[in-house]
Design a protein around this ligand. Structure first.
Ligand code: PHE
Length: 442
């Protein structure tokens, strides 16, 4: 079977970055940071990105490009007849479950686009009540999420290259620009410094035992790791792409976007709160509405607020779309290649499953939160643990070296390779396990 490859190098990076950068950075990161007590969460999060985020992304790239196959097929090719194939299948299941709640948040984004365009958003008297009104209308949330799921399906059907590359290459820089503008506005509000302190000055009384599990889960979620997404994408990479460089670039970009989102949300949340005590307890509780309540307040402080909010929510929706495309692609290609169904049929099956899950998430916030918890805090780290063990212990070292050096055309130091394999064999698995155990007893 001939498989698509990404046309250009920048396109491949853009697509992987497009998968990583999404609601995870701009919606989930701030609310996890709030729940995790601010600065401590951020420090541990950065540690996770460095110690297992980057090495694991590189591992998924190696598995994907060397096998040129979907999530489950990759393990079949590299370790046929073994139980490793379950790691791929676990990834596919994670992808499906993530879509089951992620699409609902995508739906909220659509709602905010409509409100911005109609000009109603800048006229609402109370942004919290405005968000709660949406939550109290599950049918509307479901219709919005179904629309977003169809939109994603449309891109999946129209092929790998066209949709993803283009949107990622043009929209990503634009999103980055508007985030910088918003960050500047936010930190120049009077009273913003309390937010900066919350973000960057660790305070012992804010430290919570769950912070390690939360930060680890967020790192996996944000970098799209542990569910074979980067395996599937790397299976389309051409052989010229430098995997180490790409993993680094994507991780740095993803982290910058998350930090920027924090620098936008927290100063604004603190500065705009009439009542500091309510906002602080709300922040610490880390509700899912943080982004959707705080940002309209920030736009309200800017000239041409409707224009800014329209632009922002459209770009946010596009960033989310490049992530949902990657999620749906993993599940679709798996069905398409493993069950030999046509691409269109596979998309139909996935779409149906997602909108059923989405109905439950729209009607029950408990279900929504359970899916979020199960995938980000359990399934992705478990997937990551096994991927690390797979590349560290099972995969032929020749394949690793060939992938890291682009078939010996770009030599890499022996020390680098040894260090990398050491991380995968011992360090990353031990750290992930330790965090799990601490989370259970802590
Ligand atoms: N990384 C994406 C985000 O931050 C979400 C995602 C998770 C996408 C796992 C693919 C796989 O929004």
């Amino acid at each position: 079977m001939s498989r698509a490859t990404f046309v250009s190098k920048i396109g491949a990076i853009a697509a992987a970055a497009g998968s990583a950068v999404g609601l995870g950075n701009i919606w989930r990161f701030p609310s996890e940071t709030a729940g995790g007590g601010g600065a401590f969460f951020i420090i541990i999060y950065l540690g996770c990105i460095l110690f297992f985020g980057v090495p694991l992304m590189l591992s998924e790239f190696i598995i994907g490009r060397s096998s040129k196959s979907n999530a489950a097929g990759a393990f079949h090719i590299l370790a046929s007849g073994t139980k490793w194939k379950y790691v791929g299948r676990l990834g596919v299941l994670s992808g499906l479950l993530i879509m089951g709640f992620y699409m609902v948040v995508c739906g909220w984004t659509l709602h905010y686009i409509f409100q911005s365009v109609a000009g109603t958003l800048s006229n609402v008297p109370d942004f919290t009540a405005n968000f709660e009104q949406l939550l109290q209308n599950p049918l509307k949330q479901w219709i919005l999420m179904v629309s977003f799921t169809f939109l994603t399906a449309f891109f999946i059907i129209s092929g790998v290259k066209k949709g993803i590359e283009l949107s990622a290459k043009i929209m990503m820089p634009l999103l980055f620009l508007i985030l910088i503008i918003l960050a500047v506005r936010s930190i120049t509000l009077t009273g913003a410094s309390a937010g900066i302190d919350f973000l960057f000055k660790p305070k012992l009384e804010n430290l919570k035992p769950s912070v390690f599990v939360d930060a680890m889960g967020q790192a996996f979620f944000s970098l799209s790791l542990g569910m074979a997404c980067m395996i599937t994408y790397a299976s389309y990479f051409s052989k010229e792409i430098n995997l180490t460089e790409t993993a680094l670039q994507v991780s740095v970009l993803d982290t910058l976007v998350a930090l920027l989102a924090g620098v936008i949300i927290f100063p604004a949340a603190f500065a705009l709160a009439q009542n500091q005590t309510t906002i602080t307890s709300e922040l610490i509780a880390g509700g899912p509405g943080l982004l959707f309540i705080t940002l309209p307040g920030l736009f309200d402080q800017m000239p041409l607020s409707a224009l800014w909010s329209t632009l922002f929510f459209i770009l946010l929706a596009i960033a989310a779309l490049t992530s949902t495309i990657s999620l749906m692609e993993v599940v679709t290609v798996y069905i398409h290649e493993e069950f030999k169904l046509s691409r269109a049929k596979s998309v139909l099956i996935v779409t149906t499953a997602v909108i059923i899950l989405g109905a439950f998430s729209s009607f029950s916030s408990v279900f929504f939160k359970a899916l979020d918890f199960l995938t980000a805090k359990i399934m992705l780290p478990v997937g990551g643990l096994f991927i690390s063990l797979f590349v560290g212990w099972h995969l032929d070292k020749k394949i690793i070296v060939a992938e890291l050096t682009n078939e010996n055309s770009k030599p890499v130091g022996v020390r680098f390779i040894k260090g990398y394999i050491f991380i995968l064999k011992y360090l990353a698995p031990a750290a992930i396990l330790a965090i799990f155990i601490y989370g259970l007893v802590g």
